[in-house]
Ligand binder design. Sequence first.
Ligand SMILES: Nc1ncnc2c1ncn2[C@@H]1O[C@H](COP(=O)(O)OP(=O)(O)OP(=O)(O)O)[C@@H](O)[C@H]1O
Length: 843
Amino acid sequence: MFIRKAIIEAVRLLEDGRRRANNEVCKLNELSDINSPKHFKDKSKKWLKFVTQAKAAGRSPEDFHKMGDETGAIILQNYNDILKSCNALDYHDFISYSVKLLTDFPEVFEECQESWKAIVIDEFQDTSAMQYGLLRILASHKRITIVGDEDQSIFSFNGADVCGFDSFRKDFPMYKEVRLNKNYRSTRCIVEAASFLIRNNSKRCKSKDVLTDNSSGSKITIKECCNEEAQCAFVVDKILEITSDGSSAKCSYGNIAVLYRRQVTGKVFQSAFRDRKIPFNIHGVAFYRKKVVRAIIAMLSTTLPGCDDGPFRRVFKACFHLIKRKRRRAFYVMKEAGGAVEWGRRRQGLGEGTRKKEGGWQGRKKQWGEMGNKAGGVIEHIDKVSTVRKCSFISAACDIFSAKISGTFKRSQLTQGRKVLLTLDMISKLVHREQSISAVITSVANMIPQKYLLEQRAVLDVDGSKLLNEDNDLRSVLQYLLDDVSLFLTTVHTVAERCNDNTTEGKGCMTTIKAFIDYISGRERENFRSRKHDNEDSVTITTIHQSKGLEWDTVFIVKANEAEIPLLHEYNGILNESATSLEEERRLLYVAMTRARKKLFMLYVIMDSNWQVLQPSRFLKEIPNHLLEAWDELISACSETTYPQTEQETPRVSVSLRTGSPEKNTMQHVSVDNLFNESSTELSEHENCNSNNFLKRFSAEDRAVISLLFHQWAKKPAFHDPKRLLNKVAFVIDERLRAKKSTHKLFVTYLGRNDSFVICQDALRDLKSCLTSDEAYHFAVSVLKWEQIPAEKRAYLMREKQEHFQKLRIESAMNSSEPTSKQVTSNLTPVNGLTCSSVAKLD
Ligand SMILES: Nc1ncnc2c1ncn2[C@@H]1O[C@H](COP(=O)(O)OP(=O)(O)OP(=O)(O)O)[C@@H](O)[C@H]1O
C-alpha cells in the first residue's frame, strides 16, 4: 500500500516539476482533474511495474539516465527519495541492504557462512537479479544446488530474470548439471503438445526435450465457444459428465481445475458452479475473518472479564483506520483546493520560494504521515508505553489519552483516542444493561466507523471456499451475523442457560456474549480445519500464475484468446508485443498445459461479454493437429449444425435514417449496423470499450451510417489493414465535404445492394476529426474482425446478440414500471422517422 502511495507521489512530483518547467498555468476546471487522486492512480500503475522491475534488477536512477530514459530516472529518484524521507525500505531494499551488510561487514558475512553451510534453491527461474546477487555472496563456499525450469519463468513482472541460469553457469564454473528430462506427470499427448508450443521460444536451452514413459492418453480438446456463457456451460456440463458415476474415466471434483489468465474470467465460473452445485475452492477471506466482523467481535470481547490486549488493540486499529481514510479524503480535497489556491497565487505573482516553503513533498509527507501512519503509529506508541510501565494496553491508552497535552500526539489525535475510549465505555455499559445480544450487536455495529461495510453482501465472490459453496446468499454482513446469533440462541445456547445468565449476572448479556464468541471461535477453528479437507474434493478455479507447481487430472484452460493469452496490453493500453513479453506469455500457457495429468481442454470464445469479436490465441496454432481432438471435425460441426442459416432464423432489422431535414425523411436499409448501434447503446450501461466509445460520439442515427461506411470498405481486401481502412473513410469524407452541401448522401454498397444515406456536414466533419484517435483505430479493428468471420457464423452471432438484447429489454421492462430511455426512444421512433421491420437473410 505504502509503495503504491509512494509511486503515486513520485508521478505527481514528476508532473508537477514538468508543469513548472514549462511555466504552464492550468485552467481552474482542469486543476481538479490534474490533481485528482484518480489521475495519479491510473498513471502510477505502469510506473509501479517499472519501479518493481528496476529495483529487482538493481538499477539506479543513474542507469536510466545513462540509457537516455530521463522520465524513468526521475520517477525512480523521486520514489527512492520518498522512501528515504519516510525512513522506509521496500522489499527490494531488504535484499540490496543485505548485500551491502554482507559486503561491508565481514563478521556478518562469516556468521552467515557458518550458519548456512549448504544452500538449496527451488524454483530458481523466479529469482531476480538482485536476489541472485545476494545468493552469490551467501554461496561463496560453493555449496549450492539450484532447481528450476527456465520454461516456467512466469514472474518477470515481479523482477524474475530468466537469465539467472546463465549467470549461475558463469559464476560457478565447476557446476554439475543434471537434466530431469523425464515427465512423470502428464500423458504423452500433453507433454508433446506443451513441448511443441515452448519450442517456439528462442530464449531457451534448445537441447531440452521432455520425454515421458506415460501412455499417450486422450488428445487435447480445443473448443470454440460462441461467448463466455457458452464456454462456462461447456465446462460445467463436462465437469458434471466426468464426475458422474456413469463416466468411463470418472474423476473427482478435486482432480479438476479451471485455469485462466485474468482473475475476471473466473467470476462467471464461480456463479455457474454455485448454481449447478459444483463444489469449488478459491483463495479468499472467510466471513469471520472480515475486518469489519472482527472489529465487532473485538468490541464485544473488550467487555468480557480477563480480556487481553488483542481485542483492545484491534478496536483502536479499526477506529483510527477511519480517521486515516477520512483524513486522506480530506487531504485530497484540500490538495485540490490547494491546487486552485496555487493557481490563484501564480496569477498574483507569488514566488516559487514561497510555494516551496509551504508545500513540496516534505510538507505533503508531513500531512500524509500524520494521516496515513496514525493507526500503526498510535498503536505502536501505546504498546511502547504499556511495555515500559508494565501495564495493559488499555491502561496505557487511558493514561495517554486522558492527558490534556502530549509530547507525542497532537490535540486532534488525543481527541480521537478519547472518543475510542468513550466508545469502549459505552459498549461495556450497554452489555451490562441490555439483555438481548442481538440488540447489543446492532448497537455496536452502529458504532463501527466503516458502517457501510456492514450493508455489503456477506458472501462475496472473494470469500472463502466454504461460504462460496453455499447457495447464493443475499444477506448483508450484519444480517448474517444476527442470523448466526439466532442460530446460536436456538440451537446451542439453551433457554435454561440464558435464564441462568440473567440470574447469576443479575442483568445484561455478558455471559451470552462470551458463549457466543466461544461458539464462533470454535466453529471457525473447525471450519478452517475442515476447509482443507473439503477443498480436496472441490474443483479449483484459479489463475495460471497461481497454478504453478500444482497438478490435476483434468484441466480446462479457458478464454485462450488473443488479448488474453498473450495478454500484451500495458496498463496504459499500449500494445507491448515485444518478443520478450510474447515468450513469457507462451511460457505461461506452457505452465498451464503442464498442470494436466490426463486430460486437457483448451477453450476460446468468439465474442467477449462486450460483444467484441475475439480471435483464438495465436499459441493454439503452434500445437500440431495430430495432438488435437477432432479439430477439423469440431470446426465443421460447429458451422454445419450450430449456425442457423435460414431466413427465419436470422432476422434482420431495417432502419430508416433521418436526413438533414426532418421533412425529407427517406427510408433506407441498414443491416448489421443497427445492431452495432444497439450494442453500443446497451453497452454504455455495462462496460466501456474503445470501439463502442468511438460510435458513442455520434447521434444514434449517424452511428448507423458511420458503422455501415466502415463495414462497406472493410469488406474489400485492399482495406484489410485498420489504418488503410481509416484512410479510405477519411478520403470518402473529404470527397463528400468538397460538395459543400449542408447534408450529404453517402453511397454505400452493402450486402450486394447499393443504398444511399443522408448524413449532415457537421457529422461528417466530426467523424473526420476523430479518425486519428485510438478509439477510431480500435473500431476499425473490430469492424475488420467482424467482417473476417464466415458469413453463416456472423448470422448466428447476430441472432445470439439480438436475443441477448431482447432479453435485456424484456428484463428491464419487467423490473421497472417506468419506461427506460430506450423504451422511450423506441416509442418515439415513428415520430423521428425510424421504423423497424424484419427483412431477409444477412448475406
Ligand atoms: N521418479 C518419479 N517416479 C514417479 N513419479 C514421479 C517421480 N518424480 C516425480 N513424480 C511425479 O511427477 C509429478 C511432478 O513432480 P514434481 O511436482 O516434483 O515436478 P516439478 O518439476 O516440481 O513440476 P512443476 O515444476 O512442473 O510443477 C508428481 O505427481 C510426482 O509425484
